[in-house]
Design a protein around this ligand. Sequence first.
Ligand code: PEP
Ligand code: MG
Length: 550
Amino acid sequence: MNAQGYVRRQGIAVAKSSGLVLGCVQKLNQKHQFIQEYKISSDAIASEVERLSVGITKAVKQLRQEINDLADVDASGELKLILETHNMMLQDPELMQQTACLIQKECINAEWALKKSLSQITQVFEQIEDVYLRSRKADIEHIGERIFEQLAGIHQQQQYEQAIMVAQDFSPMDIVDMWRAGVSGFVSIQGGENSHAMIVARGIGLPGIAGLQEDFFNWIEDGQSLILNAEEGRWVLHPNKQDLKQFEQEKQALQFKQTRLQDYVNKPSVSQDGYNMPLMANIEFIEEIDVAQQQGVDGIGLFRTEFLFMQHEMLPSETMQQMYYQQVIQGMQGKPVTFRLLDVAIDKIKVTDAMNPIFEGENPALGLRGVRMLLQHKTLLKEQLRAIVAASGDAPVSILVPMVTMASEMVDVRQVLNEVCQDIGFTGKVCLGCMIEVPAAALVADTLAQVSDFFSIGSNDLVQYSLAVDRTDEHVSYLYDAGHPAVMQLLQMTVDAAQKHNIPVSVCGELAANPAWLHTFLTMGITSLSMSARHVLQMREQLHHLRAFS
Ligand code: PEP
Ligand code: MG
């Protein structure tokens, strides 16, 4: 029991991101969206209305900038038109007045008021009979997102400094929203080590743990203090003096380690006996690019493009995609970038209205996802391929095809790629790689290697599908074992096929960042690894101390 009379509790979670944090609990309800809702005092009304007004002004300014920047890439003017409409809606005095009124009447914060007024407006749209006009509801959601984003940057640090958000579950987008809002850490009652929420948390460096006993949610109350050691998955609720001392020591040790690893930023990724193993980054969001460069990554081995699609309520247009991919390529300054084609999966995507028609089925993990979905929605595939190819110029860009189970899928995608290159007069080279993440793909790797320029082993899904263990389910995470002989055989078959046909083979699942596997990867014949950028230096240090073949 501590000085306030609280019972000290501690435990280990199933999953962890990285980092250490001491903060105050903030509970989120079961079905949350990370939009903070709180009451304000009547004294705070004027400043909250001002905050709203600044948020809207900033959103207008940002949008104006985007419209100006479009001139170079939006040849058809299609995107400009959409953004101009959003600009008009943003500046509609009705939106400001209605929201300010809610702040005043109900004494609630700007985000909460905005959420309420947006919902009132979208309800009106939902009642419209005309299908086209009804679909414009997405525009309202879009401008709402812009204002929320701006509001998050105003006074938010104060609000969330030291906050550790606790909820039953977080989506990958929640993780990013929390990070953008300055939250210090998170606890998710549900979730496994390889869920996309945890992958994203590792990527952006937000300390968090997942997979705890349900009771945890009942023990805690807002404002209580909590230590998270997201390096090891440990937590302590109501820490005592000894815990706090240990926390300080662990934090210092982590800082020492990070300083030591800085020596490896500009070193090549080679083993002690000279074996070259490029260490690349897995990226989900544009903000991660700077971190990746600071960590001296050798390139991007996996850019998960689906996260661009889930950031908005509307599908991104080809022009928007092209701008985004260009930004990624420019950010990497000549280092190789591999874009993976859209892979929609249930734990990644919040099924938005725009996505709904292409994302149906009882069991999406086994359903119309990855290359299957793209080949059935060729316009989407073509647009994405065209956007990547057009963005690539003469940069070293590759394209990775997700969820492949047979050679004809690779052949079909390559055909569309060739058509696209011809359409836009692209004569450079874009390599087309095959994800090996379904057991069937590993079993027919010999055939796939004949129609692919490279392989990338998606160990997260390969383990999930081989062992029938849901990667997001903490109840079966003890069975999630990449070292299982069945998985080992599939890995070896994949590498053998790649070697036979002389194509590179990387690993891009979370396994790639596991130091205990590095020697196995080297001896097995894996040619590069792709992982969360924050793990690259640690792996490079390890690589320098390893002898691959003697
Ligand atoms: C994988 O399955 O290992 C992989 C890299 O893809 P994702 O984690 O996005 O499913
Ligand atoms: Mg996968």
